[in-house]
Design a protein around this ligand. Structure first.
Ligand code: GLA
Length: 383
């Protein structure tokens, strides 16, 4: 958490001081219009200066984004009593992100999740990637999108504030073919929705599967585990994985398994059940096949203690549910708060892991002349 003094720089953030519904009403009356501010956020180890952008909506809810890694550094949204709290894990400085971050809040690319043995074949040519996760390549390789400095341009529209980030990944970067021009537009709306729109173009056939790796704890980052958070996942099937967390290539019905979240279940209810799939992920770390197509409801998460609800919509075929199984319980984040084992969950909207090696999965190929497009929305509310 930033100090109250820092927070109060934004008049509308006064909600931080005031409890209860009355505070919200007060705010609605006194709130200034949406705003975007920029401040220095230090330098990378290569000496590049980066910024932290604060997007404040009409009733004082805030998202902070840095152009280092396109990282969503914090999201302050009201609980059921109207009190703002930061619901994503992260750090207060760039060196911490560089040294310690398990992709907190970051943009992931070029390929979200794993590619088996760090290789794939496209147009008869085999491409080799950096192996950084057992025998596999994870989240773009050694220096993925999460560690790049993006060009940032603030954008303002009636009812929302946003930040457009772009990055040119050169032909051959991390082993991937094609000069790939990516733009990610984060939009923070007056109804507390963080909309993420990705577009990209390439000049050679390539594969592409970007995502955002925010770690949510709807009780507030650092406030215990997410085991009592209730999830509904709009998925009849998931993609089971082998011992190295690579999909075995089939889609398996969730019915009768701990992966059935079609009706809400607490994350912790079945996470430690004896189940071979849960054992490989040390909990949930699996791709769910979202029912339907187009921009649609994918996941709803509800934290009974705070009353906060997060609803995810995406046009992607899958969502990776990761329940912070690899957080050891020792990492200290923003404001010195310790992040518990399973102290957050991620809902990474994506194509299925390792798709380039599974022709039966929806394709992740991108060709010159085509424009890649993804829309994913994280909508916050209370119950
Ligand atoms: C994804 C992966 C996990 C893990 C996290 C980051 O969710 O599937 O296995 O790597 O990212 O730690």
């Amino acid at each position: 958490m930033k100090s109250l003094a820092q927070l109060s720089k934004r008049g509308s953030a006064r909600v931080a001081f005031l409890g209860g519904v009355a505070a919200l009403a007060l705010l609605a009356a006194s709130a200034s219009a949406d705003s975007i501010t920029q401040k220095p956020f230090g330098k990378t180890k290569n000496g590049e200066a980066v910024s932290l952008y604060t997007l404040t909506n009409a009733h004082g809810a805030q998202v902070r984004i840095t152009n280092y890694g396109g990282i969503v550094q914090s999201i302050y949204v009201p609980d059921r009593r109207g009190r703002l709290g930061d619901v994503v894990l992260g750090f207060d400085s760039i060196p911490r992100y560089e040294k310690d971050s398990p992709y907190f809040g970051a943009l992931i690319g070029r390929y979200g999740n794993r590619i088996a043995k760090g290789r794939f074949t496209l147009d008869g040519k085999t491409y080799k990637l950096f192996v950084n996760n057992g025998p596999n390549s994870l989240h773009g390789g050694k220096v993925g999108f999460d560690k790049k400095v993006w060009t940032a341009v603030p954008v303002k529209h009636p009812g929302s504030v946003g930040l457009a980030l772009s990055y040119l990944s050169k032909d051959g970067e991390e082993g991937y073919p094609g000069n790939l021009n990516t733009t990610v537009v984060y939009t923070w709306t007056d109804d507390d929705a963080l909309r993420i729109v990705y577009t990209a173009k390439t000049d050679k056939d390539t594969v592409f599967n970007p995502t955002n790796h925010s770690y949510f704890n709807l009780n507030g980052a650092g406030n215990g585990t997410i085991l009592d958070t209730r999830l509904m996942i709009n998925a009849d099937q998931f993609t089971p994985v082998d011992k190295t967390q690579i999909p075995i290539g089939i889609q398996r019905p969730v019915a009768g398994t701990p992966f059935d979240f079609r009706r809400p279940h607490a994350i912790g209810e079945r996470i430690d059940q004896k189940n071979a799939q849960l054992a490989t992920g040390s909990g949930y770390d699996h791709n769910f096949v979202v029912n339907g197509s187009g921009l649609r409801l994918a996941v709803r998460a509800y934290a009974p203690r705070s009353g906060r609800v997060l609803t995810e919509y995406t046009d992607q075929p899958g969502v990776q549910l990761y329940t912070g199984n690899f957080l050891t319980g020792t990492l200290k984040g923003k404001g010195g708060k310790t992040y518990a084992h399973r102290g957050a969950f991620a809902l990474e909207a994506q194509h299925f892991p390792d798709s380039p090696n599974h022709p039966q999965f929806p394709t992740t190929e991108l060709k010159p002349g085509e424009t890649y497009h993804q829309t994913t929305v994280y909508q916050f509310s209370v119950r």
